[in-house]
Design a protein around this ligand. Structure first.
Ligand code: ATP
Ligand code: ZN
Length: 296
């Protein structure tokens, strides 16, 4: 059996969260400050720290067996690779719920948007030429793509493009450049990818084990352990407000016959959405605890 390699971003928006996720999944690495390669100490799994743009190629070529990268980068690079290798593809094994961003079409703020059709024959600046081409093709539009590596949002004011396709999170940069986002090209987040080819059985088994662990940690991050006191006669109502959990644990409270303690596992979002209703149903002494790991 050979050692597995996982590629993550060395520094940038995804770097810290990706490393944290792997470490919480029980992987431990011999860190070396400047090197791109961290040796795995407790499992035959090593880390490769690279630019995010290189991760899709490392996976497609089988240099790394696992990688964490934004869907935006993975899709763009797969489309780029298809020119040489039409069969190139990468499927996300798991979306990771961080690194959210949207690739948007933006036009000058004083223009009206009537649909992608108005881009016909115009110039579009972007760092995502392949995703942009795919978007245009989907809408049957022919436009000139001006590929740029950075500062895409200043292209319209410089007169080198009529519109742009760029990543947007808050829209502040767009506004500063008198642009407005008008259509979504891609909704993206960080995801875990594997190399497309099959590995030898031992490595496949190790990869499956890692996936289960990472899934468990990721699921736990969104999950809370909720403890509260409830009137016994409103138990059914309160259980219904804590869904996503398997049947909640109900415990007697010493010296109180009309109230019980309820313990349940549920997603954080569900909990906040139902907090007011829980209170209205008579819940008190509410405690919300983090869950470190979960096995389904
Ligand atoms: P590298 O040096 O590794 O090439 P980079 O400058 O290309 O880094 P970052 O800015 O660190 O990349 O962003 C990495 C990823 O984070 C993006 O590809 C995207 O998936 C995600 N992301 C989340 N929010 C944003 C945002 N507001 N702007 C850009 N990327 C974002
Ligand atoms: Zn990059």
């Amino acid at each position: 059996m050979t050692r597995l390699k996982i590629a993550i971003q060395k520094s940038g928006r995804l770097a810290e969260k990706s490393l944290g996720l792997l470490e919480r999944s029980g992987l431990s690495f011999a860190r070396s400050k400047d090197k791109l390669f961290w040796y795995g100490r407790n499992l035959p799994v090593d880390l490769l720290l690279v630019r995010d743009d290189d991760i899709p190629r490392l996976l497609l070529e089988g240099v790394c067996q696992l990688g964490i990268v934004g869907e935006n980068v993975a899709l763009e690079k797969v489309l780029e690779n298809r020119r040489r290798r039409p069969e190139a593809r990468l499927e996300p094994m798991l979306k990771l719920e961080y690194g959210h961003c949207r690739l948007m079409l933006a036009i000058p703020e004083d223009e009206e948007f009537q649909g992608p059709g108005q881009l016909q024959g115009r110039r579009l600046a972007t760092s995502y030429p392949f995703l942009t081409r795919q978007y245009l093709d989907t809408h049957g539009v022919e436009a000139d793509i001006v590929p740029l590596n950075g500062a895409v949002e200043i292209a319209p004011s410089l007169g080198t493009a009529d519109a742009i396709v760029d990543l947007v999170s808050t829209g502040t940069t767009l506004r500063a450049n008198h642009l407005k986002a008008v259509d979504e090209v891609l909704d993206s987040q960080a995801a875990l990818y594997r190399t497309p080819g099959t590995l030898d059985p031992d490595n496949e088994a190790l990869l499956a084990k890692l996936l289960t662990r990472i899934q468990g940690v990721q699921q736990a991050a969104e999950t809370k352990y909720v403890m509260l006191h409830a009137p016994r006669d409103r138990l059914a109502e309160i259980s219904d407000l804590l869904p996503g959990a398997e049947s909640p644990t109900v415990l007697n409270l010493e010296g109180q016959s009309d109230r019980v303690a309820v313990h349940a596992v549920c997603t954080e979002q569900v909990f906040w959405e139902h907090l007011e209703e829980l209170k209205a149903a008579g819940a008190s002494a509410v405690l919300v605890l983090p869950v470190e790991k979960m096995l389904a």
